[in-house]
Design a protein. Sequence first.
Length: 665
Amino acid sequence: MTGPATSETTAPPSAILIESVSPQIDCGRYAIKREVGDVVDVEADIFRDGHEKIAAVVQYRVQGEDTWREAEMTLLDNDRWGGSFMVDRNALWEYTILAFPDAYATWVEEIRKKVDAGIDVSSELIEGRAILQEIVERTTGSDASILRDAIGESHSSVNQTAAVAALLQPQVERVVRANRNRDGSATLPKPLPLMVDRVRARFAAWYSMFPRSAGTVEGQSGTFRDVIEQLPRIDEMGFDVLYFTPIHPIGTTNRKGKNNTLHAEPGDPGVPYGIGSDEGGHDAIEPSLGTEEDFRALVSAAAERGMEIALDIALQASPDHPWAKEHPEWFFIRPDGTIKYAENPPKKYEDIYPINFGSDNWRALWEEVLRVIRHWIDLGVRTFRVDNPHTKPTVFWEWLIAEVRKEHPDVIFLSEAFTRPKVMKALAKAGFTQSYTYFTWRNFKQELIEYGTELTQTEMKEYFRGNFFTNTHDILPYILQEGGRPAFITRFVLASTMSSVYGIYSGFELCENTAVPGKEEYLNSEKYEYKVWDWDRPGNISPVISRVNAIRREHPALQEYDNLRFYQADDDNILCYGKATVDGSDSILVVVNIDPFQAHESMIDLPGHLFADGSEQVQAQELLTGEAYLWTGRRQWVRLDPQGMPVHIFSLRSWKHQDYVETCY
């Protein structure tokens, strides 16, 4: 809003107040998030003293552009105004509100009341002509001609009624609206930021894997060329982001052995997170995986299938990393002068040094990390999964992501921060495009409803895109350990339909759930050894994954993030929820038996919008089986047996008699 008048100002401050603007994050401190093609809805309380009319517009532009684009705001109710604009470019945008007195609208309301009351309006006609004349003097061309003609017609009218009508013509109102005097306007103290990402930031299916496990020879590392051979299989399942654990050289000092033993045996490859050796650090490739040329070939082969490669950025170092030798000041130094290794009591990581982002030489360190990111961008990488970002300063990420996006606004950063809620939220606000979530541990009906609602129907939806991972290479949830194949199917469907962006860790499609007893960890984990997988082994759910991903691509409702809505199901083990497009043309209902051990049946409610036009019947097509139903009424019955298919995915549409007639004729 405008500030108070000073001795230098010639006009008083604006009488208009602008309050409670939404959306905005922390008073504009951080950017809200949208994707290319989105419509941004802006609302605010806008008002002034007295009864004079006001007008308001939303102004928006890509940061750095000289001119603002505008969208008219309209009065919604009780001084609440709203306006919308579409974003058509992957870039950092900004928007604001400009509100100003609307002299013409005030005049129109007043003169109509007086004409209706039979009051003489001679003075008001002079005022109206003066309002139009002021606009004429600021405009040219057809707009000016329309207003001159209206003024002239008003002067020559045979009576006041005709004179007033001349000044109220629709074309006059259109020209006035486009050229209103904006003296006395108010605006926000500063524009609000808006990050517009590419659509894949919102809609994507991630597949996580160790590239060294893509091979076919026991005890030998797979290569990037082996991964290329795996692309058809991964593509057929419908994944479009292929995420690798770190691909850098692995240190030998304190290298871990199988199942995290403290001493590696000959041939043990070490943990990919123990980054750095004589072969290089974060900008180098582990020689057993291949060469830079091989990596480029993989990126290209993936792109030909519409897939992209995501790399893991783990900012830590093996004792053998070049940084440890060249910049020991970048690490934490013990009183005895040695570098401190990583710990997360009771866990110890003797093969890793954590990095000190607050050291005296922090600027050089930050710039080095930026250089590393740019290096991989130059090799064709546009997506990064960041390991444990909550153990580094949030302000560092805010700086780094902003610097990267100045040149490459299409880069996507996924925050792997399983930590305290406020820390996770702060990282998302600071710029992370996507975030891991607590979905991995949300198994019961009420907690799924509460968490899904929080993510998609509160302020979090403006800045926090939850990437629902079913499992990770570090986490084998107890529900998967205990629930077997039915649990894998239900958790997959929940992840892929509750959120528009989700991921699985390879082996999930095989229902791999061999755990370290009493822990949420994989026994014989790929973190510590080479693995060769039989991707066709019995009991796998690859066909289910393929079908669900195809459904996601066929139905726009499942490609949106914040349209998740929950519906009543009488049984506590039946979860019912849906997604629909804004215009209602695509409506999906998902019903899941979250109990992997027993069959359950329940009455469920269908979405109310299907009956809004008076329809009493709904056509439902079950998309996994192809079966079709015609339901009457909003309450319906379902039964789901985990030993068969524990989920339903329905495509719904209202059904009327004329639909039947049109089908027949």
